[in-house]
Design a protein around this ligand. Structure first.
Ligand code: IPE
Ligand code: IPE
Ligand code: MG
Length: 257
C-alpha cells in the first residue's frame, strides 16, 4: 500500500492532473527525513538539512504558483532541542541563510512570511533573521509562508489555557464565554484568521504520526503520508500529494448529497 515504510513508492502516473478549482487553501507540511536522506548518501545529517532548505524554496514557489493561500512548514519542534548541540546550532543558523538569500524572491512574488512558535527562545541571530523577514514582507498580500519554529502544539494549548484563565481572573471573562472560537483565537494560528485550520497535512519520509503539530487545528484536516524524504521532494511529488488530497471525500461529520 502507498505510504508504508520500506515499500517501493508506486510510480506517479503522469496523467494525474490537479483540479485547479479545488486547490487546498491551507497546506501544512511536516518536513521529515532530512537526516535519513543524508545518511543514505553517507553525508552528515546537516547536509540533509541544507538540502531540505533548498526544497523549501522550491516547494514555496510551486505552492505559490498553484494558488495555495497558506503554506505552513514545520521546521523545528519544541522537542527538537533534544538533538545534539551541533545539529541544533546548525538548524538555528538555517533561517539566517534562508532569509538572506530568499527574501528578495519572496517580495518579488508577493509572499508574506509569518511564524508560529516560541521564537523568543531562539538564539538572537535567528530571531533577528525571522523578524526581519516578517517585517520586510508584511505588506505582501499573496501567499502566507508560515514557519513553525520552536513550535509545539501542547505548549501552544497550555499557553492558550493560561491566557484565557488570566482573562477570567482579571477581565471578568465568564466561563460560559469560553467556546471553540475563543480557544482558536488564543492559538498561534489566530493570525491566519479563517485559514487557521489546514485542509491537508502532508508528512514526508513514511512516518505516520503528528509529532505535536497543530493538534487543535487538524480536527478535520486530511492526512497524506508520502515515502520520500523531504530533500527529495520536488514539484511532481508535491503535486502528487495534492492529487491524493483531492481524491478524498471531506464530510466534516455531515453527509455529501
Ligand atoms: C526533519 O528531518 C527536520 C527536522 C526535524 C528539523 P529530520 O532531521 O527529522 O530527519 P530524520 O527524520 O532524522 O531522517
Ligand atoms: C517533526 O519531525 C518535527 C519537524 C519536522 C520539525 P521529528 O523528526 O522531530 O519527529 P519524530 O521525532 O520523528 O516524531
Ligand atoms: Mg525526523
Amino acid at each position: 500500500m502507498f505510504g508504508f515504510k520500506g515499500k517501493k513508492q508506486p510510480t506517479i502516473d503522469s496523467n494525474e492532473t490537479l483540479d485547479l478549482q479545488r486547490i487546498p487553501k491551507h497546506v501544512a507540511i511536516i518536513m521529515d527525513g532530512n537526516g535519513r536522506w543524508a545518511q543514505q548518501r553517507h553525508l552528515p545529517r546537516i547536509a540533509g538539512h541544507k538540502e531540505g532548505m533548498n526544497t523549501v524554496k522550491k516547494i514555496t514557489m510551486v505552492a505559490n504558483d498553484l494558488g495555495i493561500q497558506v503554506l505552513t512548514l514545520y521546521a523545528f519542534s519544541t522537542e527538537n532541542w533534544k538533538r545534539p548541540d551541533q545539529e541544533v546550532n546548525y538548524l538555528m543558523g538555517l533561517p539566517v541563510t534562508f532569509f538572506d538569500t530568499f527574501v528578495p524572491e519572496l517580495i518579488a512574488n508577493n509572499i508574506q512570511v509569518q511564524v508560529i512558535g516560541y521564537t523568543d527562545q531562539l538564539p538572537a541571530k535567528t530571531q533577528k533573521a525571522v523578524n526581519n523577514a516578517i517585517e520586510q514582507t508584511k505588506n505582501n498580500t499573496g501567499m502566507v509562508l508560515n514557519f513553525a519554529l520552536n513550535y509545539g502544539s501542547r505548549a501552544e494549548i497550555v499557553s492558550a489555557v493560561q491566557a484565557i484563565s488570566q482573562e477570567v481572573v482579571t477581565n471578568n471573562l465568564t466561563i460560559e464565554a469560553i467556546d471553540e472560537t475563543l480557544i482558536s483565537e488564543h492559538l498561534m494560528t489566530k493570525q491566519l484568521n479563517e485559514l487557521a485550520d489546514p485542509d491537508v497535512i502532508i508528512r514526508t519520509s513514511g512516518e505516520q504520526r503528528i509529532s505535536n503539530f497543530l493538534l487543535w487545528q487538524i480536527a478535520y484536516s486530511e492526512f497524506v503520508f508520502i515515502d520520500e524524504h523531504w530533500p527529495a521532494v520536488d514539484a511532481t511529488i508535491f503535486k502528487h500529494a495534492l492529487f491524493l488530497y483531492q481524491k478524498r471525500d471531506r464530510r466534516f461529520g455531515g453527509l455529501n448529497k
